[in-house]
Write a protein that binds this ligand. Structure first.
Ligand code: NAD
Ligand code: UD1
Length: 343
């Protein structure tokens, strides 16, 4: 397997990272997974081996562990790094800002230092549409102004983007892409991989799936008095396997850049906005499973609506979302049923 191009995938046991590992292997890359399992389960690695029918290189450890990083960069001749590892719960970041600044910023710094030291040029970074806040115009393009972050988590994404930008401008040779994900949902079509809910989900689709499965009595729709067609908030829900594919395309794109320094940002969404009620209704239609819901008050910090302009990713990466909301919800339900069988 030594002819395969190796890619360090930090956070590769997590939700988006694990699905990206599948796409990387199918595209001829050899992932080197690093994860401290702070928000994932070792069973994910068994499921990945099962889907891929091959063994995987896995390090259990922390991105901030300099010794471990040195040994990984020494051991493997890496062609690039995809950096997913981060703490991601918005509410928790308000309670524990230092944990978020430490984990999300220090992890990136250690990776950048090692990439520089070992001459690894290509970086793909997980950013978020949260950097746009509530935009003044829709859909948002990559040049839409970034708003002041509404949470320490969101601020870490802005700062990480800025750190990468600064390093690219420096004499260090770095080629980097920040991918601004809209709302990732769905699961691998096999039903063997998906988002592992730890505690009560904060996000809409896992909560809907758990309600349909009878784990929760009902879901509260946070507000139906927004200035949208049905009064509920609008988001751009993107299938996680489409996201995974975009990471492979981003690596390929960086490989093709002949300069030794460049930086780019891409929105990853479908380009369509769906309301909370459309998600709940579609879920019921696709799965046949009833979802009890009630209308509640607005959730503090929520923005009314956001969806992506995805022309840039289409034009420059050759990427476009191939799966729609219905497929994502069907795959979520398949994964939810797998989880229930394993309890
Ligand atoms: P996740 O929590 O499922 O995956 C992150 C993984 O990183 C976990 O497996 C966790 O154990 C690991 N990790 C965390 N800190 C680490 C460290 N210091 N060292 C090693 N491993 C560490 O999250 P996800 O949903 O897969 O998100 C991946 C990335 O995408 C994150 O950077 C997140 O902020 C970003 N993102 C996610 C969403 C979303 O809705 N899921 C939206 C926008 C951006
Ligand atoms: C949240 C984060 C965002 C992060 C994203 C993906 C906040 C303010 N934003 O975005 O930074 O990138 O998750 O992880 O937390 N909803 C309900 N009932 C529920 C849950 C959600 O009505 O029980 C509604 C929300 O009000 C929102 C929509 O569903 O309108 C989507 O919510 P969610 O899945 O939490 O994602 P975001 O709020 O878009």
């Amino acid at each position: 397997m030594s002819h395969l191009r190796k890619v360090l995938v930090t956070g590769g046991a997590g939700y988006i990272g694990s699905h990206t590992v599948v796409s990387l292997v199918h595209s001829g890359y050899q992932p080197v997974i690093l994860d401290n399992l702070s928000n994932s389960n070792p069973a994910v690695l068994d499921n990945l081996r099962d889907i891929l029918q091959q063994d995987l290189i896995f390090y259990r450890g922390d991105c901030r562990d300099q010794d471990l990083m040195h040994s990984i960069f020494n051991e493997h001749q890496l062609s690039g790094v995809i950096h997913f590892a981060a703490s991601k719960a918005v509410g928790e970041s308000v309670e524990k800002p230092l944990l978020y600044y430490s984990n999300n910023l220090d992890s990136l710094l250690v990776i950048l230092e090692n990439m520089d030291q070992y001459g690894v040029a290509n970086l793909v970074f997980s950013s978020s549409c949260t950097v746009y806040g509530q935009p003044d115009h829709l859909p948002v393009t990559e040049s839409t102004e970034r708003k002041p972050a509404a949470s320490p988590y969101g601020n870490t994404k802005k700062i990480c983007e800025d750190i990468i930008f600064d390093v690219v401008q420096s004499p260090a040779s770095l080629k980097a892409i920040s991918l601004r994900y809209f709302n990732p949902i769905g699961a691998h079509e096999s039903g063997k991989l998906g988002e592992l809910p730890i505690g009560t989900p904060n996000n809409l689709v896992p909560f809907v799936a758990q309600t349909a499965a009878g784990i929760r009595d009902s879901i509260t729709v946070f507000g139906d008095d927004y200035n949208t067609p049905d009064g509920t908030c609008i988001r751009d829900y993107i299938h996680v396997m489409d996201l995974a594919d975009a990471h492979v395309k981003s690596l390929n794109h960086l490989d093709q850049q002949e300069t030794d320094a460049c930086y780019d940002v891409f929105n990853l969404g479908t380009g369509n906005g769906n309301s909370v009620m459309e998600v709940i209704n579609s879920f019921q239609e696709v799965t046949g499973a009833p979802v009890n819901y009630q209308i509640g008050g607005r959730r503090s910090g929520d923005i009314e609506q956001i969806f992506a302009n995805v022309e840039k990713a289409q034009r420059e990466l050759g990427w476009t979302a191939s799966k729609n909301l219905q497929q994502a919800l069907a795959d979520t339900w398949k994964w939810q049923q797998t989880l229930m069988k394993s309890v």
